[in-house]
Design a protein around this ligand. Structure first.
Ligand SMILES: [Zn+2]
Length: 353
């Protein structure tokens, strides 16, 4: 009798209780997967909003460096495609994007950034058959060795100490000594934005392009950027030009220059740029004002004179990601290339692919 009870109990356990545990476990793990997917989808959507790019392939693609030993470069002016060894392509990018006389560690940081940016762009599949283009406003700048050496030759007439072959070797060294190194966040190559001069603090992408995402692109401060010519600039326009330019964008624009409060900065970003500014009867973002008056950055002050309006501008570029002069300044302070990269991109790893 006891045996029968035990058998029945075992049967009950086998038929009801064990499947119940399995079902529960399955439901739980599925729930986890769904949450993960939702988070990923949210990031993808946000990135699309910011740059209007097709992002879906980026997360699924295998990031095997060896798969990209050669890349297909689209020459935007001639609309032709050239196939290059990846590192050979990077020599042309680094020499087009950063001055040769920057510190070697800064050039190496630029090489790592350019390699990462290239892999990220390849996975966007933005240019059809080509992987990336040579237009700096679309992908990243590139110059052939031949053209680069010719430009340095031209400069040699003015500046004696330029040695084109030596410069090229320095660029090659920056790429070769960082061979295979890329920047990842959560195991994936980052969208490694960079710019010329941060003015002392980099900018969060939300303040430039809107949207959210990119947890590795946060405001960071860098000392020594004021030592570079890219740090400060001025734009002066007549009062009439000022009004005309504003009216091109806002036909109903009006302003009374005699009113002391005709221009008021309402809010700054954490990156010390202008977030919102009231000009006459219009409210604008600093980025908008930068675009209307072709300013070098959204970190500016405005002075109304009796005839003119003067913009005093700090920094050069959108301010997101690595500042190139900041990288050089940090290299001068003893940072190596990986430390420079980790200074500008928060929470990232530099890995070999
Ligand atoms: Zn492009």
């Amino acid at each position: 009798m006891k045996k029968i009870v035990i058998y029945v109990l075992i049967l009950v356990i086998l038929t009801f209780i064990i499947p119940f545990f399995f079902t529960n476990a399955t439901i739980e793990s599925k729930a986890v997967i769904e949450v993960d997917l939702q988070e990923n989808e949210e990031i993808e959507v946000n990135q699309e909003t910011e740059q209007a790019i097709e992002q879906s392939s980026v997360d699924d693609a295998p990031y095997e460096y060896k798969n990209y030993n050669t890349i297909k470069l689209l020459h935007s002016k001639t609309n032709t495609i050239e196939e290059l060894q990846l590192d050979e392509y990077l020599y042309g990018v680094v020499s087009a994007e950063m001055p040769y006389d920057f510190e070697l560690e800064a050039l190496k940081a630029q090489a790592i950034v350019a390699r990462t940016y290239t892999l990220y762009k390849i996975n966007e599949l933005k240019h059809g058959e080509a992987h990336i283009c040579d237009d700096s406003s679309c992908c990243q700048a590139w110059i052939s060795k031949e053209d680069r050496l010719a430009k340095w030759e031209e400069k040699r007439a003015e500046i004696n100490d330029i040695n084109p072959e030596e410069n090229w070797n320095k660029i090659m060294r920056a790429v070769n000594e960082t061979k295979g190194k890329i920047i990842t966040y959560d195991g994936k190559p980052i969208n490694a934005f960079f710019h010329s001069n941060s003015g002392g603090a980099t900018e969060a992408p939300v303040n430039v392009w809107g949207g959210t995402g990119y947890p590795y692109l946060q405001t960071v401060e860098t000392s020594g950027e004021d030592a570079y010519t890219q740090y400060s600039s001025e734009v002066v326009v007549s009062r009439e030009q000022f009004v005309n330019k504003m009216k091109e964008k806002y036909p109903d624009f009006n302003i009374n220059f005699d009113d002391e409060t005709c221009i008021q900065i309402i809010e700054y970003t954490d990156g010390k740029r202008i977030k919102t500014i009231k000009i006459g009867n219009c409210n604008l973002s600093g980025v908008e004002v930068r675009s209307i008056f072709a300013l070098k950055s959204a970190n500016f002050s405005i002075e109304v004179g009796s005839q003119d309006v003067k913009f005093s501008v700090i920094g050069y570029g959108h301010g997101v990601g690595m500042s190139q002069t900041g990288a050089d300044s940090l290299a001068k302070q003893g940072y190596n290339c990986e430390e420079i990269v980790k200074h500008f991109y928060s929470g990232v790893e530099v890995v070999n692919f």
